[in-house]
Design a protein. Structure first.
Length: 265
């Protein structure tokens, strides 16, 4: 049952008509919160993509991430995509070659490619930094997107490119652009839930915006956890735990009978 969630046709029809919201989530709680909040699109990687996650995601359109490096051949990707489809995936992220994208698309599987900064291939573009800041680099992104579209992809993650470049690419391409640090011109604005919730430790990407402070709350809860465990250790050491209320009682007469039986051997 598809409920009321967006189809690929709906996704394409939304291009240029309304801005879409997209989150990368990792738990059923995050997926359920996103669905309740009206988030349009979710990205969930295949190892945590389960029937429970599908149920939690509600009416959200879900892109299932097929893990580059763990999968290798086109057949690996096909098997993984069909497995994700059986759980209820709506589209399948693939950072593999254009040939692999084509194999998936030829089977009628909606494929999302990747252009710009591709974390798994960042060494080729100078590390974890913006891509497309020169005309030549921006043209390379454009050609990559053209190749993905020609191979049958329906969308592309467009990551960390100049905002004006992102706007031009989104406007000129038939692909739906899931922009992460690609400016306001992208078709969808894509963030990690951990950044939105303020869970991130250390470096936070320029494009990330934080709307809550879960990290401080987690730290507070960890402090409470340590205090509770410390009190438990102290109670065990002093004999305060377990108390009478934590133990099973026995009728004194039955206990006496038991002990006499033991004494008799």
């Amino acid at each position: 049952m598809r409920n009321n969630r967006m189809t690929v046709a709906d996704l394409r029809a939304a291009k240029g008509q309304r801005k879409l919201s997209m989150l990368y989530v990792e738990t059923p709680e995050e997926a359920a919160a996103a669905a309740a909040a009206g988030v349009d699109l979710l990205s969930i990687i295949s190892p945590v993509w389960t029937a429970e996650m599908r149920e939690a995601a509600g009416d959200c359109f879900v892109q299932v991430g097929l893990l580059y490096g763990e999968l290798a051949t086109a057949e690996d990707y096909l098997r993984a995509a069909f497995a994700a489809r059986r759980v209820g995936g709506d589209a399948y992220y693939c950072a593999a070659s254009v040939n692999t994208v084509r194999c998936l698309a030829e089977e009628g599987l909606p494929v999302v490619g990747h252009a710009g900064l591709i974390p798994s291939k960042a060494s080729w573009t100078g590390g974890f930094r913006a891509v497309g800041k020169t005309a030549a680099s921006a043209l390379k992104i454009w050609r990559d997107m053209q190749a993905l579209e020609a191979a049958g992809a329906v969308a592309v993650e467009l990551e960390v490119v100049p905002a004006k470049v992102g706007a031009v690419l989104s406007r000129k391409s038939g692909l739906v652009t899931f922009g992460m640090g690609a400016g306001s011109g992208a078709d969808a604005q894509y963030l990690f839930a951990e950044d939105v919730l303020g869970c991130t430790r250390g470096h936070r990407p320029r494009h990330a915006k934080t709307y809550a402070d879960f990290r401080s709350e987690y730290d507070r809860l960890q402090s409470l956890r340590i205090d509770a465990f410390r009190a438990f250790v102290a109670d065990v050491g002093s004999g305060a735990y377990p108390g009478p209320e934590h133990q099973v009682a026995i009728d004194p007469a039955e206990l006496s009978d038991f002990e006499r039986a033991l004494d008799r051997g």
